[in-house]
Design a protein around this ligand. Structure first.
Ligand code: UGA
Length: 435
């Protein structure tokens, strides 16, 4: 099959490379000539494990192509994916659909023969209808169907998530389009991945409901962690104790500094707006978004408390800046609010992250960046672990103890057994575990 991806961002590039790996012929189109030129040279603009090799192999095999103009790529395609950005609109939290609508217009102008147009970007319920109306208006004669096919990729694990999905969701009532989507995903559902075909609006809502539910799970365990600290319970054991109940499930119950990233914060807010507009408010999700927002700065106060109530004039070493490990993505990272809270309280920050420093420089001011863990720690008054990169899980604790001016460690991801630090004389504070 011939597949065209409009948007060679995170979703477009990962999905495009994976479809090519299944044997489809894929063209990834992006308006940014610098991005396309870089991709053609084999430079991948994002950090995602395995992606560079997957792209290189499929380019070499003659199945993956890049282009700045979409006319040719759309004309010859059986399936065209819209995988452009849907940022939060400034001011009101609604998803900004201008890129999606623009893509729909351009696809309409170029399409030739029966074409399945698929929205892969996370889009509000009813966007598929709008895309269909736009295409129909531009090309009243066109032979096409608009399908919703939300993605469920996690950054850092995107290729595995694509190739071994828990489910594939396809929203269409057009039988022919359903067949095309089945053929496209055949390598996956032959491999036992369930394929759900439902109507378009349901598929659109599944994506928001899934992300909002996961955000709720995280926020729930974070509040239970706070309660654990007050009543002397251990949140990891509570999570295990409830997670073994199959109805609850053990995943996404890691307490921490609050969720970040390009999806949960944006999608929860968008769902709140969609629901308000439909006069059917989702009050739980409204609360989740609000609780998560205040949590990030509260983590700054937690660090200050661990430092004896003041960080004024002190140096705080921060390990981990990205919103989670195995990515260079800083969007809505809890580290931003935590570092700002510490700076507002008079601390100097020295930070290290394995992949995120370049991105961090674009959002954080007045941070000194170290080139490894131990230079970040040297002479600091406290160490704060914000992101659980594997490289931070087995630090030489005796060396850390020797390098820190005062042995204070705040572990916001619970990656150490408290005893390992307490026996070495550290003041050790984690999340929801007895000190
Ligand atoms: C999320 C979803 O997991 C994907 O299924 C979805 O496709 C994607 O959003 C999207 O909508 O595009 P992602 O944002 O890449 O993926 O990252 P997650 O692994 O879900 O983590 C999100 C945030 O929650 C991170 O800040 C992470 O540290 C935090 N988290 C996650 C916790 O604090 N505790 C947990 O137990 C799990």
């Amino acid at each position: 099959m011939r597949v065209t991806m409009i948007g060679a961002g995170y979703v477009g590039l990962v999905s495009g490379a994976c479809f090519a790996d299944f044997g489809h012929v894929v063209t990834c189109v992006d308006k940014d000539p610098a991005k396309i030129a870089a991709l053609e040279k084999g430079d991948i603009p994002i950090y995602e494990p395995g992606l560079a090799d997957l792209v290189a192999n499929n380019v070499q095999a003659g199945r993956l192509f890049f282009a700045t103009g979409q006319t040719e790529a759309v004309r010859s395609a059986d399936v065209v994916f819209i995988a452009v950005g849907t940022p939060s609109r400034r001011g009101d939290g609604h998803a900004d659909l201008s890129y999606v609508h623009q893509a729909a217009r351009e696809i309409a102008e170029a399409m030739d023969g029966y074409t399945v147009v698929v929205t892969k970007s996370t889009v509000p319920v009813g966007t598929g209808d709008a895309v269909e109306a736009i295409i129909r208006e531009v090309r009243p004669d066109a032979d096409f169907a608009v399908v919703s096919n939300p993605e469920f990729l996690r950054e850092g694990a995107a290729i595995t998530d694509f190739k071994r999905p828990d489910r594939i969701v396809v929203g269409t009532e057009d039988e022919r389009a359903g067949e095309v989507m089945r053929a496209l995903y055949r390598p996956l559902y032959l491999n036992q991945s369930p394929l759900i075909i439902t109507n378009r609006r349901t598929a659109e809502l599944i994506k928001y409901a899934a992300n909002a539910f996961l955000a709720t799970k995280i926020t729930f365990i974070n509040e239970i962690a706070d309660l654990c600290e007050k009543v002397g319970a251990n949140v990891q054991e509570v999570a295990r104790g409830i997670g073994l109940d199959n109805r609850i499930g053990s995943k996404f119950l890691h307490a921490g500094p609050g969720y970040g990233g390009s999806c949960f914060p944006k999608d929860t807010l968008a769902l709140v707006k969609i629901a308000q507009d439909a006069d059917s408010p989702v009050r739980i999700v409204e609360t989740v978004a609000a609780v998560n927002e205040v949590r990030k700065r509260a983590m700054g106060r937690k660090v200050i408390a661990a430092c004896g109530g003041s960080v004024s004039g002190k140096t705080v070493a921060v390990l981990g800046l990205t919103f989670k490990p195995n990515t260079d993505d800083m969007r809505e990272a809890p580290s931003i609010a935590i570092i700002r809270a510490l700076q507002d309280a008079g601390a100097s920050i020295r930070a290290y992250d394995p992949e995120g420093i370049e991105q961090a420089k674009t959002v954080l001011d007045d941070v000194a960046y170290a080139d490894n863990v131990y230079t970040a720690i040297e002479g600091a008054d406290a160490l704060v672990i914000i992101t659980e990169w594997d490289a931070f899980r087995a630090l030489d604790l005796d060396r850390v103890r020797a390098l820190l001016k005062t042995p204070v460690v705040v572990d916001l991801r619970n990656i150490y057994p408290p005893q390992d630090l307490l026996v070495r004389g550290f003041t050790y504070v984690s999340v929801g575990r007895p000190e």
